[in-house]
Ligand binder design. Structure first.
Ligand SMILES: [Zn+2]
Length: 68
């Protein structure tokens, strides 16, 4: 088993940014849909389990500096 990259951890101290529902301010931990918009942009669709509100965010992946 080598699936350590995304262990769900709710309620504990975590350095990961959590999204807050814009409607009811509950924590939303899992995206229901991820869409790759471009090489460096991913759009995530989130659904609040508490109230059912859906919203989306865009994540921009920074360009890695070429260390040479
Ligand atoms: Zn909500």
């Amino acid at each position: 088993m080598d699936s350590l990259e995304r262990a769900p951890r709710v309620g504990g101290a975590s350095a990961k940014p959590l999204h807050l529902c814009p409607n009811c301010a509950a924590y939303v931990v899992a995206a229901i849909w991820s869409e790759r918009v471009s090489d460096r942009c991913v759009r995530n669709i989130w659904c609040c389990e508490a109230c059912g509100f859906e919203f989306e965010t865009s994540a921009y992946i920074p360009v890695k500096p070429i260390s040479n």
